[in-house]
Design a protein around this ligand. Structure first.
Ligand code: AMO
Length: 469
């Protein structure tokens, strides 16, 4: 795989800036064409210095009146920060800064001595969001101007890291025999059984945006695809306004035949382990960029500590005991909310599974084994959550593969089996026992990057008050 120092030339550049820097002494004297954003434009009279930034690094361009045509020289010298430019020139050693006597020589730096320049697009002034200056602007202004916000190095690093996380996750699953699938996002009825659906018109038919690929990934497995995964959007019309909920989020889902809940918990912890390992081996520079910013803000640097496998398993029964003994108000059958999770996280601060939830609290498609009862004698399910600290990352479970039990589950949850025939019919012709999970990508990224809000790690978030940009 090519890294940024190995990209192919394009119409607008012969080299990336990263290639020139990585080339070091070998590049001195080479003729290059580079293109990027003008991070700063300095110099009066006959000279001008531009700090040019592309997606791979920054370099100084040195322009001297007379070394290129006058019009281009003046255009560049009078241009605004963040305008885009293309320079042709030769790579030279930058004059080293003066160092005190006896001090070690500074590392060699390089610049491009420009012989031709072209302004590609002018940036308006003032910039609504600073790119290099450390001006404190609120998240809303940043999101309104995300196209500029992403030019900031630590924000840029977060989104490159997001892409890496998806890549490593995908690679891990393919390694374990999973195939990528795509389910429809326009659907006829609820998949999670709830009411949190965005309605839409599909020509003359009312329809909804999909809440989860749940039913379709199961149908794919019933169809004999054995092991599938999907990374795609899910839409929830929930009126939450929190640091971890959005109305559109990317869900990373798997479904696997001949598996129970424990089997797919294994897939999940191995995948997370492998993502953390790859990031710590290959993406230290991205974490450093994020940490550089965090330090300037007085925030703790993030550490990529590869989590040990297996992750702890704390059954729902045990979780209730932990919350109670920590002084939390909770009864068997209640949801374990964030403030309860804080008490559990005191003992299990990292990734931990909470398996075996009460059947009454899980969706109709979750499997149960008769006779598996909780401390109060009520039926347990094969549904689980994966939490990190106080936050839920994933829910999943073994699915119900017996159609008559499925229909009974729907009735128990006051849902009409007739509304789910498109789903239950898939189970009438033989169904393998199967299991799966759905992981919130932004929540996982919050853990990895230390972001305190999912909006930080979603390029164009959709929440109750935001549908643009
Ligand atoms: P669930 O509804 O728990 O399960 O969603 C799975 C995971 O998706 C993330 N998530 C969200 N992230 C941001 N904003 C939201 N509004 C939001 N809602 C959920 C969470 C959550 O753990 N079909 C099942 C999965 C399965 O059983 O396979 C499902 O969708 O990280």
């Amino acid at each position: 795989m090519r890294d940024s120092t190995d990209w192919l030339p394009t119409t607008y550049r012969s080299h990336t800036i990263g290639q020139i820097i990585a080339g070091g002494e070998d590049m001195v004297g080479e003729e290059v064409t580079i293109a990027g954003f003008a991070e700063s434009v300095r110099g009066r009279g006959g000279i001008c210095f531009v700090t040019l930034r592309d997606g791979t690094g920054k370099i100084q361009a040195f322009l001297k009146r007379g070394s290129l045509d006058d019009e281009s020289f003046e255009t560049v010298q009078n241009s605004s920060r963040e305008s885009t430019m293309m320079f042709r020139g030769s790579v030279a050693r930058k004059r080293p800064p003066k160092t005190p006597e006896g001090a070690p020589p500074p590392p060699k730096e390089y610049e491009v001595t420009v012989s031709a320049a072209e302004l590609l697009a002018t940036a308006q002034t003032p910039l609504p969001v600073g790119v290099v200056d450390d001006v404190n602007v609120g998240l809303d202004t940043r999101l309104d101007n995300r196209h500029l916000d992403v030019r900031r190095s630590h924000v840029n690093a977060m989104f490159i890291l997001r892409s890496k996380v998806l890549q490593y996750g995908r690679e891990h699953l393919i390694e374990e025999g999973f195939n990528e699938m795509n389910s429809p996002k326009i659907i006829a009825s609820a998949s999670e059984g709830g009411t949190n659906l965005f309605p839409m018109m599909y020509f003359d038919t009312p329809a909804f945006l999909s809440q989860s690929p749940q039913l379709y990934k199961q149908l794919a497995v019933l169809g004999g695809l054995e092991r599938v995964f999907e990374i795609g959007p899910a839409f929830r019309a929930e009126k939450h306004d929190t640091y971890r909920h959005l109305n559109e989020f990317v869900s990373f889902d798997i479904e696997a035949a001949w598996c129970d809940d424990e089997d797919v918990m294994g897939v999940l912890e191995r995948m997370i382990h492998s993502i953390w390992k790859s990031v710590s081996e290959k993406d230290g520079h991205l974490i450093e960029t994020i940490n550089h910013y965090r330090t300037t803000q007085g925030l703790e640097p993030v550490k990529v500590e590869i989590p040990e496998v297996p992750f702890p398993r704390i059954s729902y029964d045990e979780a209730i005991d932990i919350v109670k003994s920590g002084g939390g108000q909770i009864e068997w059958g209640d949801d374990i909310e964030s403030h309860h999770c804080d008490l559990i996280a005191e003992k299990y601060p990292g990734f931990h599974f909470i398996p075996r939830w009460p059947m009454s609290m899980k969706p109709f498609y979750i499997h149960h084994k008769e006779g598996e009862l909780g401390t109060t004698g009520q039926q347990l399910s094969r549904g689980f959550d994966l939490n990190y600290g106080r936050d839920e990352m994933t829910s999943g479970g073994q699915r119900e593969h017996r159609v008559e039990v499925l229909e009974q589950n729907l009735l128990n949850m006051d849902l009409d089996p007739k509304d789910f025939t498109f789903y239950t019919d898939g189970f009438r012709y033989g169904a393998p026992p199967h299991a799966g999970w759905g992981l919130g990508v932004a929540r996982l990224l919050m853990v990895l990057t230390g972001a305190g809000n999912v909006r930080e790690v979603v390029l164009f978030p959709r929440d109750r008050s935001r549908v643009t940009p």
